[in-house]
Design a protein around this ligand. Structure first.
Ligand code: F6P
Length: 595
C-alpha cells in the first residue's frame, strides 16, 4: 500500500544557510516551492517507463519541428535568448544555443513532471534508498550541509557524523601542516601521496588541479606537495614516488571498500617503500586511510585513530566532498580553503532543491541533455573548459556521468527502449581546438559545454594594463559557440571568392548546439558550484531516463575475469602450470605473454 511521509523539510536547511555561506545567495532563500509537500512513497517507485509518458511522445513529434529550424534563425529571437540565460549565485549559464525553443523547454518541463522528477529529488534528499539494487540512500548532498542542518537517513540525522569527521580532518591537517605531527625520524611531513582509483581519485585530482594555480590557495600550499597514485601499472608508482623521501612523506590510502585490487597493491608498494627505509613502526606515522571499511583499514596495519570514515550512502564517484577529497585537499591547502569548496557545492545543492524547475540550472541542463541524447540522437557531450586549471574536469565528469547513466535497463530491470547515458570527453580550450574540434565543426554533431571565467587566476598583461592573455583565451570561448551555431554557408564562401572546388570543404553547416557557463573566477567556491551543477544535472538525467544512476554493476565482470587470469598467471609463474580454460584467442595471447 501507499505510505505517506513528510519530506525532511527543504526550508530547514535553506533557512540556516546564512551561517555557512560565504557569498550572498540570491536564489534559494526566497524560493520555497517544495516546502511542506507530502510525497507518496509509491509514486516514486511506480513511475511509468519514461518512453510511455505522454510528454515523451510529444517531444518525439516535436523533433520534426526543431529539425526544420536552424540555430541561426533561433538566435534572431532575442526574447528567446534572454529567457535562456540564467544567473545563479554569480554563475551565468547561457543555453540559447541549444536546439530548443520555448516550446521545447515547456515540453521538457512537462516530461519532468510526468517522470516525477521533483518526487525523485525529494526522495534522494529524504534518505530514501533510491539506489535500490544496493539498497542504499544517496546522500552526498549531506556531506556539504551546514553543521546545524538535519538530513535523515534511516531515521537518523547524518549531519553530526559528517561534521565529526570534518572536525577530525581539520585537527589532523592542522597538526601535519604546522609540523606538530612529525614522521618516524622527527621531520615534518611536507609531501602527500593519495592512493586511490575511480571515485577515490578523479574528484580530488580535479579539485587539486583547479586550486593549484589559484593565488590564495597557492600561498597556502607553499612548501607542500600533493600527488596521486591510481594506476596499478608500476610505472605510475614510480612517477608518484619520484624524488620523494619516505621521511617527509605521508601516504593516504583512499578506498571506499578497501578491497580495490589496484589501490591495495599500490598501498602495499608504498608501505614497503616506507618500511624498507624507516622500519615497520613508521607505518603509524606515515600512513593514514579514508574508507567506509574501518575493519579492513585496521587489518592492513593502519591505526584506526588515523582513519577517516565515510558512509555507504556516499557513492564512490560522488565522494569528493567526503574525507576522500577533503582530507588530501585540507593537507595541501588547509581546511578553511576546502570549506569554501564545500560551501560552493552546498550553494548549488540548495538552488537545485529549492528552485522552481523553470529557473533551476541542474534541472534545465539535465533536461536539455536528455533532449540531445535521446530525442536528437547525439550520443556524446564535449566538456570544454577555457581554463587550464579545469584540465581534470572532463575526466572527473566522465566517471560521474558514464558510471551513473551508462545503463541498459530501467530501475525496474526492464530493458530501455531508448538510448540513455552520454559519452563524455573533453580538453581545455584552446588545446582541444587544435585536436578534435575539426570533427565537432564539420563531422559529427556533439553538444558542447563551454566553461570560462571572467577573471583569470593568473592574468598576464600584454598591452599595458588593458589586454591580458586571458582575453585571448576567452575570445575563443565566445567565438567557438557562434561558429558552431551559425556555421558558414556556401553563399558566404562564394561571396568571398573561394575557389569553387574548395567550397564544399570549407562549408560549416552550423546548427550545432552548445551551452556556455561563465564563472566569476575560478576559486574553491566556484569549483564547488560547478561540481554540484554537474552532479545534480547528471542525477536529473538519470531520474528522467528512469534508471538507477547510483549503482555500477557494469564494472564487475571485467574485475572477476581479471581475478581468474591473475590466478592462472600466478600458477604459471610459480608452478609452471599450463594456461587452460580460456578461449583460443585469450589462451594464445596469454601463452605469448608468458613466453
Ligand atoms: O570499479 C569502479 C569503482 O567501484 C568505482 O565506482 C569506485 O569509485 C572505484 O571503483 C574505487 O573503489 P574504492 O573506493 O572502493 O576503492
Amino acid at each position: 500500500g501507499s505510505v505517506d511521509f513528510e519530506t525532511s523539510g527543504p526550508s530547514r536547511t535553506a533557512l540556516k544557510l546564512t551561517n555557512f555561506s560565504a557569498r550572498p545567495l540570491k536564489v534559494f532563500n526566497t524560493a520555497k516551492p517544495l516546502e511542506g509537500r507530502r510525497i507518496r512513497r509509491e509514486a516514486v517507485s511506480e513511475s511509468m517507463a519514461s518512453a510511455d509518458l505522454a510528454a515523451w511522445k510529444k517531444l518525439q513529434s516535436h523533433v520534426g519541428e526543431i529539425e526544420k529550424t536552424h540555430l541561426r534563425e533561433l538566435m534572431k529571437d532575442e526574447k528567446r535568448c534572454q529567457s535562456m540565460i540564467k544567473e545563479v549565485d554569480g554563475i551565468v549559464v547561457d543555453f540559447s544555443r541549444q536546439r530548443a525553443t520555448s516550446e521545447t523547454v515547456k515540453e521538457l518541463l512537462a516530461l519532468a513532471k510526468e517522470a516525477k522528477l521533483s518526487e525523485k529529488i525529494e526522495a534522494m534528499w529524504s534518505g530514501e534508498h533510491i539506489n535500490s539494487t544496493e539498497d542504499r540512500a544517496v546522500l552526498h548532498v549531506a556531506l556539504r550541509a551546514p553543521r546545524d542542518a538535519e538530513i535523515l537517513c534511516d531515521g537518523k540525522n547524518v549531519v553530526p557524523e559528517v561534521w565529526a569527521v570534518l572536525d577530525k580532518i581539520k585537527a589532523f591537517s592542522e597538526k601535519v601542516r604546522s609540523g606538530e605531527w612529525v614522521g618516524a625520524t622527527g621531520k615534518p611531513l611536507t609531501d602527500v601521496v593519495a592512493i586511490g582509483i575511480g571515485g577515490s581519485f578523479l574528484g580530488p585530482l580535479f579539485v587539486h588541479s583547479a586550486l593549484d594555480t589559484e593565488p590564495e590557495a597557492g600561498k597556502l600550499a607553499k612548501g607542500r606537495s600533493l600527488r596521486f597514485l591510481s594506476n596499478v601499472d608500476p610505472v605510475d608508482a614510480t612517477i608518484a614516488l619520484k624524488g620523494l623521501d619516505p621521511e617527509t612523506t605521508l601516504v593516504v590510502v583512499v578506498s571506499k571498500t578497501f578491497t580495490t585490487a589496484e589501490t591495495m597493491l599500490n598501498a602495499r608498494t608504498c608501505r614497503t617503500w616506507i618500511t624498507s627505509k624507516l622500519g615497520s613502526e613508521a607505518v603509524s606515522k606515515h600512513m593514514i586511510a579514508v574508507s567506509t571499511n574501518l575493519k579492513l583499514v585496521k587489518e592492513f596495519g593502519i591505526d584506526p585513530e588515523n582513519a577517516f570514515a565515510f558512509w555507504d550512502w556516499v557513492g564512490g564517484r560522488y565522494s569528493v566532498t567526503s574525507a576522500v577529497g577533503v582530507l588530501p585537499l585540507a593537507l595541501q591547502y588547509g581546511f578553511e580553503k576546502v570549506e569554501q569548496f564545500l560551501k560552493g557545492t552546498h550553494s548549488m545543492d540548495q538552488h537545485f532543491r529549492n528552485t522552481p524547475f523553470e529557473e533551476n540550472l541542474p534541472v534545465l541542463l539535465g533536461l536539455l541533455s536528455v533532449w540531445n541524447v535521446t530525442f536528437l540522437g547525439c550520443p556524446a557531450r564535449a566538456i570544454l573548459p577555457y581554463s587550464q586549471a579545469l584540465q581534470k574536469l572532463a575526466p572527473h565528469i566522465q566517471q560521474v556521468s558514464m558510471e551513473s547513466n551508462g545503463k541498459g535497463v530501467a530501475i525496474d530491470g526492464t530493458p530501455l527502449s531508448y538510448q540513455a547515458g552520454e559519452i563524455e570527453f573533453g580538453e581545455p580550450g584552446t588545446n582541444g581546438q587544435h585536436s578534435f574540434y575539426q570533427l565537432i565543426h564539420q563531422g559529427r554533431v556533439i553538444p558542447c559545454d563551454f566553461i570560462g571565467a571572467v577573471k583569470s587566476q593568473k592574468p598576464v598583461y600584454m598591452q599595458g594594463e588593458k589586454v591580458s592573455n586571458h582575453d585571448e583565451l576567452m575570445s575563443n570561448f565566445f567565438a567557438q559557440a557562434d561558429a558552431l551555431a551559425y556555421g558558414k554557408s556556401k553563399e558566404d564562401l562564394q561571396a568571398e571568392g573561394v575557389k569553387e572546388s574548395l567550397v564544399p570543404h570549407k562549408v560549416f553547416t552550423g546548427n550545432r548546439q552548445s551551452l556556455s557557463i561563465l564563472l566569476p573566477t575560478l576559486d574553491a567556491y566556484t569549483v564547488g558550484q560547478l561540481l554540484s551543477l554537474y552532479e545534480n544535472r547528471i542525477a536529473v538525467q538519470g531520474f528522467v531516463w528512469g534508471i538507477n544512476s547510483f549503482d555500477q554493476w557494469g564494472v564487475e565482470l571485467g574485475k572477476s575475469l581479471a581475478t581468474r587470469v591473475r590466478s592462472q598467471l600466478n600458477a604459471a609463474r610459480t608452478q609452471n602450470s599450463p594456461v587452460e580454460g580460456f578461449n583460443y584467442s585469450t589462451s594464445f595471447m596469454l601463452k605469448h605473454y608468458l613466453k
